[in-house]
Write a protein that binds this ligand. Structure first.
Ligand code: ADP
Length: 451
């Protein structure tokens, strides 16, 4: 096994990776930006290297500084976590050329799935249904008009390099198209450094259901069941669950098969997630693949009893997958609540600041992945995720009740958080009934009584 691994990330995921390494007997190197000096990932790693100022481009996104840190400390492998360099094909290649193992797929595999328009084409070639839309990229407004009129409004204009719910616009009719086409293009350039865009039919009343896959370097690809991530606000996930309400074993088999075909089609190695939109009839359409560990991986860990991060490291070392092939058996029900430093009563405005009180929940079926502690200063420079509360029970009902009480006893003072909002969702009849579509949060917001 590796002797030393560098964690090229921050926050809760950096801690998650450090814990996996500790269990595997691997020494860890943390990298951090100046405002992250007092972070737990710096404290808990065996060594730590300051790689620059707050700006991600001068720290967590700076490949040269990270590679240099690995070389200076003698780390043999780099785990990128999620975000930052996790889906950067060039970084995966730089690691390889520097003789450092990138814990994730090769540059070719990231390229095949990393940009969303190419991923659509790859999946179409593999016979997996995709959302009706453009064949590849849409070069200009004239083309966009032709495609949108062919497939019919509403359509969605999407940045090919997009992610995290950003770089997407719903276009209701032809009049709106010119303005939104150019805005999305400009935004894609500004946010992702790439203005490539493509078009999909906008499907309403759908659910977001994704399949966790895993491949090893010996040609085996398996799937580990689904996560339902339909509880979203502005295309960003708030709550994730496994299994998905209403999922039949036949649907799981069929979607699992499509996801495995995606992995096998590109000789995929490592953890990956194949995302689908599912309509009311149970028809599913591929939207994208994420070639990394997902924020919401713990719900899969809870219902399968597996450790996906340890498995990523083992597979990157060249070991065979330790999971059996075939249909996974999912035990009980798990729900993840994303707790963000934001104020739901003020349109989810970010709320950085000092954590004055931190009192986490506990008890049966509670898992908390967080980097918070009393006195921690939440910096304004990075994403607002403070903690992931993962609750489980023998069924969905029990998981919801546990989630409600865990949220209610979770005290974070000093910054505003999404906890009260999430707690109200666990009391909402539509949520409790299960099977909500991606429009649920918008509907909930209209009936939500702010405290
Ligand atoms: P990102 O990579 O930014 O997460 P995705 O392509 O995965 O973007 O889409 C994020 C969310 O946006 C989906 O979960 C879904 O709610 C919504 N969405 C994406 N494509 C469509 C579509 N064609 N029709 C309706 N909703 C969509």
């Amino acid at each position: 096994m590796f002797k030393k691994l560098l964690v090229a990330n921050r926050g809760e995921i950096a801690l998650r990776i450090i814990r996996a390494c500790q269990e595997l007997g691997i020494k860890t190197v943390a990298v951090y930006s100046e405002p992250d000096r007092e972070s737990l990932h710096v404290r808990f790693a065996d060594e730590a290297v300051c790689i620059g100022p707050a700006s991600p481009t001068e720290s967590y996104l700076d490949a040269a500084r990270i590679i240099a840190s690995a070389e200076i400390t003698g780390a043999e492998a780099i785990h990128p976590g999620y975000g930052f360099l996790a889906e950067n094909a060039e970084f995966s290649e730089i690691c390889r050329r520097s003789g450092i193992v990138f814990i994730g797929p090769s540059a070719n595999q990231i390229q095949a799935m990393g940009d969303k328009a190419t991923a659509r084409e790859t999946m179409q070639r593999l016979g997996v249904p995709t959302v009706p839309g453009s064949k590849g990229l849409v070069p200009d407004l004239e083309n966009a008009k032709g495609i949108a009129c062919d497939i019919g409004f509403p359509v969605m204009i999407k940045a090919s390099a997009g992610g995290g719910g950003k770089g997407m616009r719903v276009v209701e009719n032809e009049e709106e198209l010119p303005k939104l086409f150019h805005t999305t293009q400009a935004e894609a350039q500004a946010t992702f450094g790439n203005s490539d865009i493509y078009i999909e039919k906008y499907i309403s009343g759908i659910r977001h259901i994704e399949i966790q896959i895993f491949g090893d370097s010996h040609g085996k690809v398996v799937h580990l069941g689904e996560r339902d991530c339909s509880t979203q606000r502005r295309h960003q996930k708030l709550i994730e669950e496994s299994p998905s309400s209403g999922m039949t074993s036949q649907m799981r088999k069929s979607m699992g098969k499509a996801a495995i075909a995606a992995g096998q089609g590109i000789d995929y190695v490592g953890a990956g997630t194949v995302e689908f939109l599912v309509d009311e009839e149970g028809e599913y359409y591929f939207i994208e693949m994420n070639t990394r560990i997902q924020v919401e991986h713990p719900v899969t860990e809870v219902v399968t009893g597996l450790d996906l991060v340890k498995e990523q490291i083992r597979v990157a070392f060249g070991e065979e997958l330790s999971f059996p092939s075939g249909e996974p058996s999912l035990q009980g029900h798990a729900i993840e609540f994303r707790i963000n430093a934001e104020d739901p009563s003020r349109n989810f405005m970010p709320s950085p600041g000092c954590i004055q009180t931190f009192q986490p929940p506990g008890g049966p079926g509670i898992r908390l992945d967080t980097h918070l502690y009393t006195g921690y200063q939440v910096p304004p420079y990075y994403d607002s995720l403070l903690a992931k509360l993962i609750v489980s029970g023998s069924n969905r009902e029990e998981a919801i009740v546990r989630g409600r009480h865990a949220l209610d006893s979770f005290i974070i003072e000093g910054v505003q958080t999404s906890i009260p909002f999430l707690s109200q969702i666990t009391r909402d009849d539509e949520f409790i009934a299960g099977g909500v579509d991606t429009g649920f949060v918008e509907r909930f917001l209209k009936r939500w009584v702010k405290e």
